[in-house]
Design a protein around this ligand. Structure first.
Ligand code: SF4
Length: 416
């Protein structure tokens, strides 16, 4: 029997045909995919394979792999003037490369009998919760899960909880469930829920985890954390200058939108990255021009903590993080092989980065405070990079993450 699919609740999605994914992703092909597209009956459809339809990666690290070529405006070679995929139009969805078929969905093994499905908010339709409820799309998603999950992947163990701590699937999933309970308690403001989650993470880091104790320990720990971390613990004052510099370096990675083909590894490109890194570390003057959809705004206006207490903002962010947790898109092979606890810290930093980005977008649109539309755009930018940007998985980025957590100042970046 195939593993059962676990779908996120309260989530809708349908493709709006906006073409964003066809402009911002680089699609690297396997040999099989290349051959399959070449062998399609183009003549029978009174069409021809656009030429050139392949290009080599300009990134030295992936030079050997062919990828789909770009039109002059950067769009995928198969994107039509009507915003549709030519391969899908002529030959059906099965003709598309695997990565295009799966996007924006994610699938992770969740034990021997289940697959956890998630959605990337890099797709604007997912961020704005438009389209059909996912529950109504189960058969289609089952087929995609089959495509996405390698055979026997469900037999692999879960990610470690922390270095040297490997649990079995039921115990690991009980921790995931407990984390979800803290996040989903909507009677508490989201910024406080994050403080509680960070305190819970810190406790588990120091506690010697014994599988058989978890059913008894986790409810007690919840009680303690809920009673111990309340609104009065919300961070007061601004984090230190060094903390803000480290944070901006990470948050800027989430703001990037490298046009395909731009990550060349050339000296010119490296020099540009170095200049941006210096600008974000110093935080003087205005933000550099790192992508066309973000205006240059003064750093001093950007580094102001954001209030997240409107019900719409809280609902949107809670929905986003609930999906990240329930779909296991925060640790293990899905996210730079992070262990469970490091993955939680990384989610907290992602949350802070989204708030920072939302303010940046709002300031560029002459608004002091972001509205829902700005936050949705921030989620689209951030989740495009989350778990995919090489810059966020480097040793330096992970060191910054752990330093921010250990300093206790990550809490000060999570909004009021
Ligand atoms: S970004 Fe989302 S809505 Fe837009 S074309 Fe891609 S899948 Fe469809």
């Amino acid at each position: 029997m195939p593993p059962a699919l676990q779908l996120p609740d309260r989530q809708n999605w349908s493709c709006l045909g906006c073409g964003r994914c066809c402009r911002v992703h680089t699609i690297v092909l396997t040999g099989d995919e290349k051959e399959r597209i070449e062998k399609l009956d183009w003549r029978g459809q009174n069409a021809s394979l656009p030429q050139p339809w392949l290009e080599s990666s300009s990134d030295k690290n992936s030079a050997a792999q062919p990828q789909l070529a770009r039109q002059t405006d950067g769009a995928c070679v198969f994107l039509t003037g009507e915003g549709r995929c030519l391969l899908q139009n002529l030959f059906g969805a099965e003709a598309k490369p695997r990565a295009c078929r799966i996007f924006p969905f994610t699938f992770q093994p969740a034990g021997k009998k289940h697959i956890a499905a998630g959605l990337r908010f890099g797709c604007p339709s997912a961020a704005s919760n438009r389209g059909r409820p996912l529950a109504q799309q189960n058969p289609d998603l089952q087929a995609l899960a089959h495509l996405a999950i390698p055979p026997r992947a469900n037999e692999l163990p879960p990610p470690p909880v922390k270095p040297g701590c490997q649990l079995d699937w039921p115990a690991f999933l009980s921790l995931v469930h407990a984390l979800g309970e803290l996040l989903n308690d909507e009677s508490v403001p989201l910024s406080i829920r994050w403080l509680q989650i960070l305190a819970w993470t810190k406790t588990l880091e120091t506690y010697e985890i014994v599988e058989s104790d978890l059913p008894e320990v986790l409810p007690k720990l919840h009680k303690l954390i809920r009673a111990g971390v309340t609104a009065k613990d919300a961070a007061k004052g601004r984090p230190r200058r060094l903390t803000r510099a480290m944070f901006r370096l990470t948050a800027a990675q989430y703001a990037r939108l490298d046009a395909p083909g731009e990550t060349t590894g050339s000296w010119r490109h490296r020099w540009q990255l170095l200049r941006w890194a210096c600008a974000f570390a110093l935080g003087w003057g205005r933000t550099p021009s790192i992508q066309p959809e973000l205006a240059r705004v003064p750093f001093r206006q950007l580094d102001v903590p954001l209030k997240t207490n409107s019900s719409e903002t809280e609902e949107l962010l809670t929905r986003f993080f609930r999906i990240k947790i329930s779909s296991l898109q925060f640790c293990g092979a899905a996210v730079y092989n992070m262990n469970f606890l490091e993955g939680i810290k990384n989610l907290a930093l992602l949350h802070a980065s989204i708030l920072w980005l939302a303010r940046w977008i709002a300031l560029g649109r002459n608004r002091e405070e972001p509205i829902t539309e700005d936050l949705e755009q921030a989620l689209t930018f951030a989740d495009h990079n989350f778990a995919h940007s090489p810059g966020l998985g480097t040793f330096g980025a992970r060191l910054r993450l752990n330093l921010l957590f250990d300093s206790g100042e990550l809490a000060g970046l999570l909004g009021d």
